[in-house]
Design a binder for this molecule. Structure first.
Ligand SMILES: [Zn+2]
Length: 559
């Protein structure tokens, strides 16, 4: 080899290296001809996006994004349809939700007779030894709206245990078989934070409220691993079909988390899960050093969830003033709040360990007491970016908005509840308190961040229904077409933001999720209609045409 030839070869090789360094890798996927609402204030609108691996690498005009086009790039035409970041539901009960999809459906039972007939039909086909569970009944659809009793269902369920819940999960009905299995009689005392509803003679009616439900839950046969997996698969399919790409799972059992981890190993997890187990077990996470947001992009932990009170529907939400229709009742603090000092001590420990704290509080007094606890914990443990969350934050005391914002508490709220409870809430709490009920606008005006979710299976998992609820506040009974407490309505853009960036912030993931921004995970959805342009009353009917998780299609498809 001559020197000149060697030099030429050397330069040729060098040139190839330089050329390669200047060619960036091509995208795996380009979605073009879309109307992209990015939820990124730096660039709110775009036409196309490019994905490499599981991340977005480019967002812009079709021409800008086409510079990422390579020989193996797959290109999809969104046909001008609206493309949004995948929805992140900040509050679900994922396994229960999946399980309830195949349980007896009682929510639409329009009368006690229909309720009893459906329970009886399900009992007939339930194998011996198994229970009839779920149901999600709603007695507010009946007139009069009386709670169901065991007498209603005993004749059609002589040997099958029945344990069907009100749709809010704060009270359930047991038949006589179940009461017997749980050993509940007229002599059984009400547990702290719960109530065994009794008839005039003092006998249990079958309705157990809040903590009293534990008396039955603890004698229920445990969910088998196969049953749990079936429920999760149902939940995954349902979520993908609705464009939900992330969920924040409240109070999962450790068995649930184990099942999610197995699915992650198999590459079968088609949603991102942030699991927040019960606060009473905070030491389990703390002792191995798990802190907020710990884990992979698909499965994370590091939060704990607790309860301060019950629900409005069950009259167990805890208020300063009595219920308007029950002047002797203020609601109930949860059993975890007996005593409050014990709750505060656990939460202080969890906070010191770096865990995120999410507290269910619905009544104004329960919310206020939760803010008191947060204030005390901040005093003891010092200031930092904690992102406390009050789940539901349903009925605010006027005095509490300012300190709610000052503490940096996130309002983790469920708009569907507003159009559901709005049917009857005023009867329960009167005309003044409803002004600060699901007060989304007032929260925003006070600088409080919103994170949207559904509380599925308490409410439908559909983001379209939730957005419809937040922007119309039109109650389900059709009686408030202009909106119930209309001054609290949000715009479509605000509702989308709370469902994407808002809920990502609530799980410390706003750098990775929540908007269509280069560098973030490629989770996005394409909708059948443009929810910014159609009449707002039609938003609930909009379908998801395609759901992408990390750039992979998990539901539907584009031509
Ligand atoms: Zn919940």
């Amino acid at each position: 080899m001559t020197l000149r030839y060697a030099m030429a070869l050397f330069f040729a090789v060098m040139l190839t290296f330089v050329a390669q360094a200047q060619t960036r890798p091509a995208a795996d996927l380009i979605v073009t001809n879309a109307r992209i609402w990015t939820v990124d204030k730096a660039r709110p609108n775009a036409e196309a996006l490019a994905v490499l691996g599981d991340r977005i690498v480019a967002v812009g005009s079709a021409a800008e994004v086409d510079t990422w086009h390579g020989p193996k790039t797959k290109v999809l035409d969104a046909q001008g349809k609206l493309l949004l970041p995948g929805f992140n539901d900040a509050h679900v009960h994922f396994v229960d939700g999946g399980d309830h999809l195949s349980a007896v459906q009682l929510k639409d039972a329009a009368s006690p007779e229909e309720f009893a007939r459906k329970v009886g039909e399900r009992a007939k086909v339930t194998p011996k030894g198994e229970w009839v569970i779920g149901g999600d009944w709603d007695e507010q659809k009946w007139s009069p709206a009386n709670l169901p009793t065991k007498e209603l269902i005993d004749p059609v369920t002589p040997d099958t245990p029945v344990w069907v819940n009100r749709y809010d999960g704060h009270e359930s009905l047991a038949n006589s078989v179940t009461l017997q299995l749980a050993g509940i009689t007229a002599k059984t005392a009400d547990p702290a934070g719960g109530e065994i509803v009794r008839d005039a003679q003092g006998n249990p009616t079958g309705i157990l409220k809040d903590a009293a439900q534990e008396l039955v839950n603890k004698v229920m046969p445990p969910m088998t691993p196969a049953h749990r997996m079936k429920a999760i698969h149902q939940a995954l399919d349902h979520a993908a079909s609705l464009g939900v790409t992330s969920v924040q799972d409240m109070n999962p059992s450790y068995d649930d988390v184990r099942a999610y981890a197995e699915l992650q190993e198999q590459g079968a997890l088609t949603i991102r899960i942030y699991a927040a187990p019960m606060e009473t077990g905070w030491k389990d996470q703390a002792k191995v050093g798990i802190r907020r947001g710990f884990g992979s992009s698909l499965l994370r932990m590091g939060a704990v969830k607790g309860y301060a009170d019950g629900s409005l529907g069950s009259e167990t939400a805890y208020f300063f003033d009595a219920y308007s229709d029950a002047p002797d009742k203020h609601g109930l603090l949860s059993d975890e709040m007996h005593p409050v000092s014990a709750m505060q001590q656990r939460l202080r420990g969890a906070d010191a360990a770096g865990l995120q704290i999410c507290i269910h509080a619905i009544g104004d007094r329960a919310i206020s007491m939760t803010l008191d606890m947060f204030t005390q914990i901040e005093k003891t443990n010092g200031k930092r970016d904690r992102r406390w969350r009050i789940e539901h934050s349903q009925h605010m005391a006027a005095k509490d908005f300012v300190r709610y914002a000052r503490l940096g508490v996130i309002a983790s709220v469920q708009p569907y509840h507003a159009i559901d409870d709005g049917r009857w809430a005023e009867g329960r709490i009167g005309p003044d308190r409803i002004k600060r009920t699901y007060a989304f606008r007032t929260f925003l005006e006070n600088g409080v961040r919103l994170a949207f979710g559904t509380d599925w299976s308490v409410a439908p998992l559909s983001p379209m229904w939730s957005i419809y609820a937040a922007v119309t506040r039109a109650t389900l009974d059709g009686k408030n077409p202009g909106g119930w407490v209309p001054e609290q309505k949000l715009t479509v853009a605000e509702a989308i933001e709370a469902y994407t960036v808002g809920s990502a912030y609530a799980e410390f993931q706003e750098k990775d999720k929540g908007s269509i921004t280069p560098g973030k995970l490629a989770d996005f959805v394409v909708l059948s209609d443009d929810i910014f342009k159609i009449p707002q009353a039609s938003i609930k009917n909009v379908r998801v045409e395609a759901t992408f998780l990390g750039g992979k299609l998990v539901y539907g498809g584009l031509e």
